[in-house]
Structures are given as C-alpha cells and as structure tokens.
Design a binder for this molecule. Structure first.
Ligand code: CAA
Length: 275
C-alpha cells in the first residue's frame, strides 16, 4: 500500500512518521524541498529516539519520498491532506488530487473544524472523500476519528478505517458534524478553562496543576493550548462558533489577544509559558 501525505507541518509529518513506522511506502508533499527535508529530519529524529528507547526495533526512512510535485502522488492508494486549515485552499487541492490520482484512490482530509462534506463538494467524485482526523502529537495520540461525509462511499470509509488500524491507532467512526466528536467537547472545555483563569484569578500553573491532579488530565489546559497552538485553537473555535452559535465555542478575548500578539505557544517560543 502506498500513502500520500500533503503538507508536512506538525500534523502531516506526524502522520507520515506513522506511515513509515507501519512499513508503508509514503510520499510526502511540501511546497519547498527545504520544508520537505526538515520534516524528514524530524521524522528521522523521533524514530531514532524510539529505537534508542527500545520502543521500536528498526525503521526504514527510505520508505518516505518527499516531493514538491503533487503529480508524484499519482500512484498512491490513499492520500491524507494536512495543509492550512482553510476551506478554499483545501477545495483547490482536492480538485487537483482528483485530477492527478487514480480514480479508486481515497482522498482523506485531516481537517479538525471544517466540514468534510464542503471540502468534498468541490470535487466531482465526493464519494471517495472522507475525514481522517488525527490528534496532536499524531505519533503519540492513539485516536483517529474516521469521518463519514454526506456522500462518502462505504469503500472509502472502510479503507480509511483500515489504514487507521494499520497505523496502530484506535479509530472511531463518526459523521461530519462540527468538531466531530472530540473537538465538539474539547474546544468549549478549553475555552471554559481560559475563562476560569480570569474569573478565579488563578495562574496558568495552578490551573494546570488543578486539572492534572484533580481531574487526571495528562497535561494541563494551558500546556495543552500551547502544544496545539493558540492560533490553531482560536481558528478552530471560530469555525465551530460560526456553525453552532454556542457562546462557549467562541474563543475568549484573552486567547484572541494572544493569537494577535503572536503568542502561539511552543511553536513561537511563547504562549502561556516560555519555551
Ligand atoms: N512526534 C513524535 N514523537 C514525539 C513528538 C512528536 N510530535 N513529541 C514528542 N515525541 C516523543 C519524544 O521523542 C519524547 O521522547 P524523548 O523526550 O525521550 O525524546 C516522547 O515522545 C515523549 O513521550 P512520553 O510518552 O514520554 O510523553 P508523555 O508521557 O509526556 O506524553 C503526551 C506526552 C502524549 C503528549 C501527553 O502529555 C498527552 O496525552 N497530552 C495531551 C495531548 C492532547 O490532548 N492532544 C490533543 C490535542 S487536541 C487536538 O489535537 C485536536 C485538534 O484538532 C486541534
């Protein structure tokens, strides 16, 4: 089986890493050769660490080809899109993929807050479009949501589910509703956590300690927001608020201000914490 991954940022490179680890031929596409090379190095680094720690016997990085040409995805069985979280660019990409890829190839999107059905609607073969929503960091988080869009075929849905299993994930089946399953719950919850920061006049450190030691979270909400990216979270909150009109979905002003100031979290070196 050959898998294509379009976009090798945090999510895409994590997904490509899972494919290599599962022994699958993988083609990763980035806009520049340099970005592709950097993703390859990151993947090599994490897999080497896993071998050093005795969590993986060996891996073959040669399974991964990086390219800047979408045409190199022509013979892939399943392609996972992990580009910028905006409808227009995703729709344009799916139209291109439909033109380039085999007619039986499954086209999956890793979108977290956009509608898979809307992405599929730009193509003339929406039956082969599904959602495969991984969680950050993709190599470590066991879940993948397999999302059935309005016109997804059974065959495309089953192929995405089977790939999720092959990648060692725990797939769950869901429909194309705003936020799917986990973000529908997690996004308003994280927004509540940030509102509590001000209401309860608690520090990020204490809120994080509270949720870790009082609710068993593996990391506190502020740490988690810094990991996900404040900008990514604000963007997803706005997308869900647009669709559901529930006040809890709207990003608190404090997060919007942080995003506007470039305090994105780990990736920019500063968010709730400094890295
Ligand atoms: N890719 C691959 N490997 C990575 C990695 C990455 N991005 N980041 C870290 N690692 C590796 C590192 O090599 C590290 O090992 P070394 O430091 O020894 O090199 C190792 O993983 C860390 O593994 P551990 O098992 O020690 O880590 P941990 O026990 O601290 O768990 C965690 C880390 C799994 C992230 C845990 O803290 C956790 O579950 N946090 C919650 C994360 C979460 O909720 N994510 C969901 C975000 S929401 C989302 O993604 C939805 C959306 O649409 C935005």
């Amino acid at each position: 089986m050959k898998v294509g991954v379009v976009g090798l940022g945090a999510m895409g490179s994590g997904i490509a890493q899972l494919c290599v680890e599962a022994g699958l031929d993988t083609v990763g596409r980035e806009v520049t050769a340099d970005l592709g090379e950097r993703a390859r190095e990151r993947i090599g680094h994490f897999l080497t660490r896993k071998v050093e720690k005795g969590k993986l016997e060996s891996f073959d990085l040669a399974l991964l080809t990086t390219t800047t040409e979408l045409a190199d995805l022509a013979d892939c069985d399943l392609i996972i899109e992990a580009i910028v979280e905006e409808l227009g660019p995703k729709q344009e990409l799916f139209v291109e993929l439909e033109r380039i890829c085999r007619p039986d190839a499954v086209l999956a999107t890793n979108t977290s807050a956009l509608s898979v059905t809307e992405i599929a609607s730009a193509t003339s073969s929406p039956e082969r479009v599904v959602g495969m929503h991984f969680f950050n960091p993709a190599p470590l988080m066991p879940l993948v949501e397999i999302v059935r869009a309005e016109l997804s075929s059974e065959a495309a849905f089953d192929a995405a589910y089977a790939l999720g299993e092959k990648l060692g994930k725990h797939p769950i089946r869901c429909h194309d509703t705003p936020g799917f399953v986990v973000n529908r719950v997690l996004i308003p919850l994280l927004n509540d956590c940030v509102r509590v920061l001000d209401e309860a006049r608690v520090s990020p450190e204490d809120l994080d300690a509270g949720m870790k030691h009082g609710a068993g979270w593996p990391m506190g909400p502020c740490e988690l927001l810094d990991l996900v990216g404040i900008d990514v979270h604000v963007h997803a909150s706005e997308a869900l608020y647009d669709k559901l009109r529930e006040p809890r979905m709207a990003a608190p002003p404090r997060l919007v201000a942080m995003a506007n100031a470039g305090l994105y979290g780990r990736k920019s070196g500063r968010g709730f914490y400094t890295y």
